[in-house]
Design a binder for this molecule. Structure first.
Ligand code: KG4
Ligand code: ZN
Length: 388
């Protein structure tokens, strides 16, 4: 089976062609084509992602990315005769994606129908205008190619991404706990089995990635701030720079499994108000912030690991690219902590948004595939979609 997967939930336009041999979760996955365009350079000018800008960029780049992924995959494609009624319907399906219908129809005439069996597309959560581009594009492709579509949850994609070794999903024992840390989410999900999710903790305000990005902005660093903070903090650790500011560990003793990061960001803002920091002070503060945020994440994770007798711990989402967080999570399996725990960290190329994870998550839900007509008439992009 060949899956085309589409991801447009935030500022990455990503499409993959993935060959699947076998059944979930023991299948072999071969990524035949993978195209990803990051809009980061465009959003950097604005200091963050504006949904309308993200939507415009997805519309501009999604078709070239499709063609790139398809060409890279070398899967066969067949030219079909032109039919006028097809044109009308594609215009209706892509009514809100200015200009995309014409381009897609030209592509369809030129390239024909590829041997894709099914489409998997992120339907949420994320920025709704951005999500709609992927969802409507999937509607039009499914119609043109006469294939079914599987709506996929972006966060489930991040979970599966962490278990993927490049060709297979690693063996996992349940119950598993997923700590999902991204620009829009900070949540702990208890998994009793594949597809069975219970949210046991979440942030009450900012997501941790958002806090990284905001603190970076306070320090005058470019967007996205997570990797910048990470880089400065690493240098502060290597050089053992002295503490710049004592920062709070919000909600660390709250008794539940929830998080809060907005106060931490405010503490950083107040701490440097009216001061001009030296480069070393910025590095030290980046490290102090990383210490405070990651200590809270780890402390709550440990509570959940004990409470639910967790066998497998999955770290997922964009912030899982953070080296200090990865090392700290890997350290949880030490003799004096959780020696029987198995830890799953995403490959560094799959920790931030990508479409390979959407193909994998889609394959886990083949039974939810909808005919192109049913998908077009029932599925909506849902910015607030939640796993449980
Ligand atoms: O999962 P993701 O790519 O997109 C969302 O679904 O939000 O996550 C993006 C977030 C951003 O907030 C970014 O700053 C953060 O992940 N991030 C990092 C690092 N790399 C990306 N945060 C901390 N350290 C990093 N190395
Ligand atoms: Zn994400």
């Amino acid at each position: 089976m060949i899956i085309l997967s589409i991801e447009t939930s935030c500022d990455e336009t990503a499409l993959s062609v993935v060959e699947v041999i076998g059944e979930f979760p023991t299948a072999t996955y071969n990524v035949l084509g993978n195209a990803l365009f990051s809009q980061i350079d465009i959003h950097r000018e604005f200091g963050g992602v504006f949904p309308a800008v993200a939507k415009r960029e997805h519309i501009a780049i999604i078709l070239p990315m499709l063609e790139k992924a398809l060409q890279e995959s070398h899967i066969p494609h067949k030219i079909t005769p032109k039919q006028n009624e097809i044109e009308e319907k594609v215009h209706v399906l892509l009514d809100r994606e200015a200009g995309l219908a014409e381009q897609l129809l030209k592509f369809n005439t030129r390239y024909g129908v590829p041997t894709i069996d099914i489409i998997a597309v992120t339907s949420g959560p994320g920025l709704e205008p951005a999500l709609w581009v992927g969802v409507n594009f999937a509607k039009a492709l499914a119609y043109l190619w006469n294939v079914s579509v599987i709506p996929v949850d972006h966060m489930e994609g991040h979970i599966i991404s962490s278990i993927f070794d490049g060709h297979h999903l690693e063996a996992i024992t349940f119950p598993a706990l997923a700590l999902l840390v991204s620009g829009g989410h900070t949540e702990m999900i208890l998994m009793k089995d594949w597809g069975q999710y219970e949210k046991v903790g979440q942030t009450r305000d900012d997501a941790v990635g958002e806090a990284f990005d905001k603190v970076a902005r306070i320090l005058g660093l470019p967007y996205p701030g997570g990797p910048e903070i990470s880089r400065l903090a690493l240098e502060a650790r290597e050089r053992s720079l002295p503490e710049y500011q004592k920062l709070p560990r919000p909600m660390i003793n709250s008794g539940d499994l929830d998080f809060s990061f907005s106060g931490l960001k405010t503490a950083v803002r107040y701490g440097i108000e009216g001061k001009i920091l030296t480069d070393d002070e910025k590095k030290a503060l980046a490290r102090d912030f990383e210490d405070a945020s990651i200590e809270t994440l780890i402390s709550k994770s440990k509570k959940a690991l004990k409470k639910y007798n967790v066998q497998s711990f999955i770290l997922g989402g964009g912030v899982s690219a953070n080296t200090y967080l990865r090392n700290t999570v890997a350290g949880l399996t030490s003799k004096d902590q959780f020696p029987n725990l198995k830890v799953f960290l995403p490959d560094s190329t799959l920790s931030t948004d990508n479409s390979i994870m959407i193909a994998l998550a889609g394959h886990s839900h083949l039974e939810t595939a909808l005919s192109s007509d049913d998908f077009a008439s029932t599925v909506k992009a849902n910015g607030n979609q939640s796993l449980s």
